[in-house]
Design a protein around this ligand. Structure first.
Ligand SMILES: Nc1ncnc2c1ncn2[C@@H]1O[C@H](COP(=O)(O)OP(=O)(O)O)[C@@H](O)[C@H]1O
Ligand SMILES: [Mg+2]
Length: 330
């Protein structure tokens, strides 16, 4: 039997129209029954839950701690979806970049007010910059801050050798953008937006780009469209105009490096660490590499049963990452 607490949670999520929570509680009850050995009851519940999910186009499915929405029908395989808990405070970037992101959030949160005057909130953003500097993280933060799902477009399945099909798939995605509010991330966007003519069939490549441009032009949805690329130089210049904002990401400076290291080593005693020396040594690494260095140092400390972190541990980790980066370049 479900506990009284579970029934309260079910009713509360029903009255809040919180589908994610409702299904999450229902699945918890099914799991509870299964653990009790009530296999028939558990199966009946799971069948019912599946039926509810099938009857709704994009019903959220809980998968604690991060629930997942499963795209249905023709969208299957074209997008993956999940919820994010990332926050703007997690991002180490310049103040200017942070302010520009904050502006997007302000306009999105007050979009009714803006729309009442016939204007649209900022909702098409292009993120450019080297790998590991926070572009994908930014898409997660926008979704997390706005409490809307993050849909990542799987360009590998959208773009096929059958170019005509690609345009049809793009239409499906833009229909979803109009229908279900979310952050839609076109990661490694140069695959679509490229003006390269390496492909034999230049006309077809051009057609995909043109249909994307047209969909972007027509879009006045409530969703947020984020395109990210490490290779902005490959993008067709016509694309830049279609975005409300173009945000440029750069490798972290010493201040950002210190922020990243201290926040990822916050659980340890770091009073002896010389942050200034260390952060200078890490210049040239990406944010992702600095975070990895902090994690490497943390793991070593844990394995050696140290509660405090010494400068040398962080320096070793950074030097290893630097070597790795240089090996990859050669
Ligand atoms: N600007 C940043 N601030 C904080 N953490 C970052 C930043 N950039 C990258 N990271 C860390 O590195 C990971 C990978 O970064 P990601 O956003 O995927 O980089 P990109 O998409 O630019 O290649 C993130 O999940 C995060 O842990
Ligand atoms: Mg990325």
């Amino acid at each position: 039997m479900a506990t009284a607490e579970q029934i309260v949670a079910l009713l509360k999520s029903y009255s809040d129209k919180d589908d994610v929570r409702f299904l999450s509680v229902a699945m918890q009850i099914a799991a509870h029954e299964s653990r009790q050995g009530h296999k028939t009851m558990a199966k009946e519940l799971m069948d019912l839950i599946d039926r509810v999910k099938e009857n709704r186009s994009s019903i959220p499915v809980n998968n604690d701690p991060i629930p997942i929405i499963r795209p249905k029908g023709e969208l299957t395989g074209l997008l993956t979806a999940n919820f994010s808990k990332d926050r703007i405070g997690d991002l180490a970037v310049s103040l200017e970049l942070k302010n520009r992101l904050a502006q997007i959030l302000i306009e999105q949160r007050q979009r009714d007010k803006i729309q009442a005057y016939g204007l649209l909130p900022r909702h098409k953003v292009l993120l450019i910059g080297p790998p590991g500097t926070g572009k994908t993280l930014t898409a997660r933060i926008l979704a997390g801050e706005l409490h809307i799902p993050l849909f990542t477009i799987r360009l590998d399945t959208v773009i096929t050798k059958f170019m005509g099909e690609t345009a049809a798939k793009l239409r499906l995605i833009f229909d979803a953008i109009a229908q279900t509010r979310g952050v839609y991330l076109f990661d490694e966007f140069d695959a679509i937006g490229s003006h390269r003519d390496s492909n034999n069939d230049v006309g077809e490549v051009r057609r995909i780009l043109n249909s994307f441009l047209q969909f972007m032009e027509e879009d006045c949805s409530n969703s947020v469209i984020v395109a990210a690329t490490n290779h902005p130089n490959l993008l067709d210049s016509a694309l830049f105009r279609r975005f409300d904002d173009v945000l440029e990401y750069t490798l972290p400076d010493t201040e950002e490096i210190t922020t990243l290291l201290t926040s990822h080593l916050a659980r340890f005693n770091t009073k002896d660490v010389e942050w200034s020396t260390i952060s200078h040594r890490a210049v040239g690494l990406s944010h992702a590499e600095v975070v990895q260095s902090a994690k490497d140092a943390a793991k070593n400390a844990i394995l050696q049963d140290h509660e405090s972190i010494k400068s040398s541990m962080v320096i070793n980790a950074i030097d290893n990452r630097t070597r790795k980066r240089n090996n990859m370049k050669n």
